[in-house]
Design a protein around this ligand. Structure first.
Ligand code: CMP
Length: 145
């Protein structure tokens, strides 16, 4: 199923924990630059190894982040929900997706392309710090495994 675009950009971002650390001006920057998309349950959002350059912020719903082993079995890395984001790695370095992401529930995302992210950071530099903080915590967690 193809994702459908939901047009309402005024959807409140404050419901999302990730965004509670941002002030109203910073939220406005994201609201203006992000595209909102809705996916049904069990939809493929990202596929490991494919190119992509967008970061997905979860407004509602739940997703599964996983990689395939040599036998094609799924190894689940993380379950993410409202306030989390994913896809930041390829958005930043423009390399293939490091994992696959599918929805576990009907989900809505705010999607920022690389260029939209650059514009957002120009207008609100703290957004970059927040993404880097999450990236650092994911590296730490992965190192412990
Ligand atoms: P990206 O590589 O762009 O696409 C797949 C995404 O899965 C990746 O960005 C991260 O957002 C996420 N991801 C990959 N590995 C992990 C991990 N170990 N823990 C949490 N999220 C991950």
């Amino acid at each position: 199923k193809r994702p459908t675009l939901i047009g309402d950009r005024t959807m409140t971002l404050k419901a999302v924990p990730f965004f509670t650390q941002l002030n109203d001006r910073e939220l406005d920057v994201i609201r203006t630059l992000a595209v909102e998309k809705a996916y049904p349950r069990t939809a493929v959002v990202l596929t490991e190894g494919e190119m992509g350059d967008s970061l997905y912020m979860i407004q509602t719903g739940k997703v599964k982040v996983f990689i395939g082993d040599e036998d094609g079995r799924e190894i689940i890395l993380k379950i993410l929900g409202p306030g989390d984001f994913f896809g930041e790695m390829s958005m930043i370095d423009k390399q293939p997706r490091s994992a696959s992401v599918t929805t576990l529930e009907a989900s809505t995302f705010h999607i920022l392309s690389h260029s939209a992210f650059e514009r957002a950071v120009e207008q609100a530099p703290r957004i970059a710090n927040m993404v880097m903080r999450v990236l650092a915590s994911r590296v730490r967690e992965a190192d412990r495994k």
